[in-house]
Design a protein around this ligand. Structure first.
Ligand code: ACO
Length: 335
């Protein structure tokens, strides 16, 4: 059977660095609070008109070059984002056109922080079913243009960053145990309101209500941070265990855990719960903040560049929880 093999990665963040001190000038917050509660020191925000597909395009060019592929080699594109460039069509279609293509199928995934996990599981299913063999999986977000940059929105505004990463995935015929070994995905829509942006809403008679001020909090993301924090600390170990059982491997066989970068404290708590050495969990939230669908592939790109993983036989476990709520874990073994 064909295995889903990561051929290459690429990442891109916009050039505009926003430090915690920059945020202190905007809202009532402090570098100390942000670092202590989240681990974040800086993030990148776009400057001017830039969509998720623009960031994704830059990351894709790097991933394609690293794979030795051209865009014409692709037979499927998956774009994970919660911040599409426009209401519709999806950022996957916009990216496809930017890549100079005009008929390659493009699918958008709206799974927020687990977008990469759902995307990787989808790519694996497409490859194993024979529907595709050369897939570009992209996670890209532009949060900064939709944040409440007043003290009212400070809990969320300080955590989100913009960025994108792309992964080229190829179906390779091999008897070796390699590629995506297991995926465990979950969602609980009953908790949708724990993290959401409500407007514009197609369920309303008028999607952009004219009588509502543009300062209305419903136009901005709102989050019950402590509830999500507790849920993450409870659910991530469970879903990791589920994915290990599905793959029939033990935690000791995992070389590196790459969690979604939502909060350094969530990932440290995860490490303590699993009794892991500090170097077994990858952190880069200090540089990028929470880039949502881009966070796991950006971390994958950096972990590979740093030589932490990527050798034949290395096993990496991706995991995360976010809006939806959605959570999951995917285990991957390098060929
Ligand atoms: N600066 C200063 N003070 C702040 C800030 C800020 N940026 N934000 C909140 N505070 C204040 C609050 O007002 C509160 O003050 P009070 O005690 O006077 O009422 C105090 O700090 C504590 O607030 P909490 O919300 O309890 O702070 P907490 O330690 O929980 O940290 C945070 C907040 C960072 C948001 C945390 O709850 C968290 O990371 N939650 C999980 C987020 C997550 O994983 N989201 C899912 C992924 S995102 C996605 O899916 C798109």
């Amino acid at each position: 059977m064909k295995k889903s093999i990561i051929k290459s990665t690429g990442m891109f963040v916009p050039p505009n660095v926003i430090t915690n001190h920059d945020l202190e000038k905007m809202i009532d917050t402090s570098d100390e609070w942000i670092k202590q509660r989240t681990g974040i020191e800086q993030r990148y925000w776009i400057d001017g008109e830039t969509g998720a597909s623009d960031l994704g395009f830059e990351a894709s060019k790097i991933a394609l070059e690293n794979a030795g592929w051209t865009a014409q080699d692709l037979d499927f594109i998956i774009f994970a984002t919660l911040s599409p460039d426009i209401m519709f069509p999806g950022s996957g279609c916009l990216l496809q056109a930017k890549l100079g293509l005009d008929s390659t199928p493009a699918l958008d995934i709206r799974q927020q922080c687990t977008g990469f996990l759902y995307g990787l599981a989808t790519a694996d299913a497409y490859i194993k079913s024979g529907l595709a063999s050369k897939i570009l999986l992209v996670g890209g977000e532009v949060h900064s243009s939709g944040l409440d940059k007043t003290t009212r929105g400070r809990d969320i505004t300080v955590i989100f960053g913009d960025g994108a990463a792309a992964v080229c995935i190829e179906g390779v015929e091999t008897d070796k145990q390699a590629g995506v070994l297991s995926s465990a995905l979950h969602a609980d829509g009953n908790l949708a309101s724990a993290l959401m942006t409500e407007l514009p809403a197609s369920r309303l008679p008028i999607r952009l209500p004219r009588d509502i001020s543009l300062d209305d909090p419903r136009y901005f993301p709102v989050m019950d941070g402590p509830a999500i924090f507790k849920k993450a600390v409870r659910m991530l170990p469970k879903v990791i265990k589920e994915s290990l059982e599905k793959a029939q491997i033990s935690l000791d066989e995992i070389d590196l855990i790459i969690p979604h970068q939502a909060n350094m404290r969530i990932n440290q708590a995860l490490g303590q719960f699993l009794k892991l050495d500090d170097n077994k969990i990858f952190h880069n939230i200090q540089k990028y903040g929470n880039t949502t669908a881009a966070s796991i592939p950006i971390a994958l790109h950096e972990a590979m560049e740093q030589g932490l993983i990527g050798k034949s036989g290395d096993v990496v476990l991706f995991t995360g929880l976010g809006a939806g709520l959605t959570w999951g874990s995917v285990i991957y073994k390098f060929l």
